[in-house]
Design a protein around this ligand. Structure first.
Ligand SMILES: C[S@@+](CC[C@H](N)C(=O)[O-])C[C@H]1O[C@@H](n2cnc3c(N)ncnc32)[C@H](O)[C@@H]1O
Length: 164
């Protein structure tokens, strides 16, 4: 069981990409932190989300304090996905039973203050000369890795999954 937490993401393409992966990997709520009003899903994001946001529970939280209160109340373990000295490498990380996968925005990532409040920091190993991955790609890699450990869902096989 996991939720996706998008911290102040700006790009409609990235948000759409994350929503699509989130549904494909059987996620719970999608939480937008740093927004006091709903994310506006327009054509730019829906080309990537395939309008799958309509199937998600979307939660909008104005600031960090309110997010950590929400995570505690809902018994989520906040796992920040970020490049950091203190991070655990993704292949070595055992996901908690109720994980909040938190990703940071395209320009600055997650702040050190925010990271210090998370339960864990996980980084995705990279092998080439680029400073970081795209946030939608990062989020999707982590969802895949987390889902490999899940016993409560089964893989859909042998057919294209039709959205109704
Ligand atoms: C494009 S990065 C932000 C880069 C920003 N320029 C910086 O220096 O922090 C956006 C988000 O992608 C995720 N990310 C990108 N590469 C990652 C990696 N190798 N491991 C973990 N998270 C990564 C993090 O959540 C990060 O906050």
């Amino acid at each position: 069981m996991f939720c996706s937490v998008l911290h102040t993401l700006k790009s409609p393409k990235n948000v759409g990409t994350i929503i699509r992966s989130h549904v494909a990997y059987g996620g719970g709520p999608v939480v937008f932190v740093g927004y006091n009003r709903p994310w506006d899903f327009k054509k730019g994001s829906q080309a990537f989300s395939r309008k799958l946001e309509k199937q998600c529970e979307l939660i909008f939280i104005e600031d960090d304090d309110a997010y950590f209160e929400w995570a505690t109340d809902n018994k989520y373990t906040s796992v920040a996905i970020e490049i950091s000295k203190n991070a655990i490498s993704l292949p070595d990380f055992k996901f908690p039973s109720k994980t909040a996968i938190v990703v940071g925005n395209e320009a600055t990532g997650l702040t050190s203050t925010f990271l210090a409040r998370c339960n864990n920091i996980v980084s995705i190993p990279q092998f080439g000369a680029v400073e970081c991955l795209n946030v939608g790609v990062s989020s999707s890699i982590v969802m895949y890795e987390l889902s490999r450990e899940r016993k409560d869902i089964s893989q859909i096989k042998g057919q294209k999954f039709k959205v109704v």
